[in-house]
Design a protein around this ligand. Structure first.
Ligand SMILES: *Cc1c(COP(=O)(O)O)cnc(C)c1O
Length: 426
């Protein structure tokens, strides 16, 4: 039977047997012992499942990945060393030199750089479209060699909400999967598979870990995309892999297992971007309270957004939980129980005033981080985007006055009082 999300957060992925540890054991071992070479040979041939080397797979990671797969409603998952590794693997698993991807333009800056610079250098082309583009514009972005569509449920830091159903329909009409980075919403607030997404990625560094303790990522497969029906587009999944004695992943592991098995057997083997079992254990501690924490992050986000939108020294507020927000209708559809705790807003007086305001914050720490138990905030124009002039900032969708405020788990009244006193001093 399938449990509710809260129960899955606490108990999913790992069921100890009689006399076994109640908490997920940290298997701190690089390697695993076998009685015969034949036994091990079967693992190398993917004839049997088991562990042989932690660069590819580790039991601790697999328990935690299974929990996230359950939460997302997927068939298989893999933990990666970071969110960046998850985004890279999710795309590179089905794209190679000469291929093309359609991506939302309002994605995380690190992902944008990975796609537009590093993967472009590997011969993979990206077309970026606004999440608000018309159906005509979206369809026009596809090419013969397009292999995937990519977007974020709630974009970091633009906080745009993706119309997942619309993007999934367009992807499927062109015979390719939709990959959704679900970092900010988490499966507690949105399950993209229910709206047609095929692959989900996470930076587990954010709400899933939730305590600013461990960098990590995750990829989950819905098992719903029929690779064999589009075999000519996905030769990596649908034709024999010479590095595994001619196994065809989509045949041998089926629709529900092919994507993650290939990701493990090829990409982890060759790139080794695996999460350490220690970090997977820490991630699981975060997951055990994710459903409780997300509720509080969202309550604080809503309270702070409402306070800021009525303040005379604030020129604009972006939070999809505000009834006047451009994405309010989308949020009501995809995020009925709340989105996330991150709020963006503009300080009256522009770049200088925003810098000045930040100086006066006492509780909110200035950090290049979001989605932490402790409230943190960032003025991109004087930090991550400081090389850019006002014109370049506008093109990147980051205005000079923008402050990104990530509400933690503190009491909303204290966060509001901190904002209030800092705004009063500018
Ligand atoms: C932080 C982040 C990433 C990158 O994750 P890391 O764990 O920092 O590598 C990817 N996507 C989103 C939406 C993020 O916020």
């Amino acid at each position: 039977m399938s449990y509710q999300k809260g129960t899955q957060c606490v108990q999913g992925g790992y069921t100890p047997g009689n006399g076994e540890p109640r908490q997920i054991p940290i298997i701190q071992s690089t390697t695993f012992k076998y009685a015969t070479s034949e036994d091990m040979g079967k693992l190398f041939d993917l004839e049997a499942s088991g562990y042989f080397y932690t660069r590819l797979q580790n039991p601790t990671n697999d328990y935690v990945a299974a929990k996230i797969a359950e939460l997302e409603g997927g068939t298989a998952a893999i933990l990666t060393s970071s969110g960046q590794a998850a985004s890279f693997f999710a795309v590179f698993n089905i794209c190679s030199q000469g291929d093309h991807v359609v991506s939302s333009s309002t994605i995380y800056g690190g992902t944008y750089n990975l796609f537009a610079v590093t993967m472009k250098r590997m011969g993979i082309d990206f077309t970026f479209v606004s999440p608000d583009c018309s159906d005509e514009e979206l369809n026009a972005a596809f090419r013969e060699n397009t292999k995937a569509v990519f977007g974020e449920t709630i974009a970091n830091p633009a906080l745009k909400v993706l119309d997942i159903e619309r993007f999934a329909k367009a992807a499927h009409a062109h015979g390719v999967p939709l990959i959704v980075d679900n970092t900010f919403a988490t499966p507690v607030n949105c399950r993209p598979f229910e709206w047609g997404a095929d692959i989900v990625t996470h930076s587990t560094t954010k709400y899933m870990d939730g305590h600013g303790a461990g960098v990590g990522g995750c990829i989950v497969d819905s098992g719903k995309f029929d690779w064999m029906a589009h075999a000519e587009k996905f030769p990596g999944l649908c034709t024999p892999d010479d590095s595994y004695h001619g196994i065809t992943y989509a045949e041998k592991f089926g629709q529900g297992g092919a994507f993650i098995t290939k990701c493990t057997a090829q990409l982890m083997r060759d790139f080794g971007s695996i999460q350490s079992p220690q970090n997977a254990f820490i991630l699981n501690l975060g997951l055990e309270s994710l459903h409780v924490r997300m509720k509080r992050h969202c309550e604080n986000g809503q309270a702070v957004a409402e306070f800021l939108s009525g303040h005379e020294k604030v020129t604009w507020v972006k939070y999809s939980g505000l009834p006047g927000d451009e994405d309010y209708a989308l949020a009501q559809k995809y995020l009925p129980n709340g989105g996330c705790g991150v709020v963006s807003f503009g300080v009256k007086g522009g770049r200088k005033a925003a810098e000045n305001f930040m100086k006066h914050l006492k509780l909110a720490a200035i950090e290049t981080h979001v989605a932490d138990a402790r409230t943190c905030c960032l003025h991109p124009a004087s930090a991550t985007h400081r090389q850019m002039n006002d014109e370049e900032l506008a093109a990147a969708g980051v205005s000079p006055d923008l402050v990104r405020f990530s509400c933690g788990l503190e009491d909303a009244a204290d966060l509001i009082a901190d904002l209030d006193q800092a705004l009063a001093q500018i």
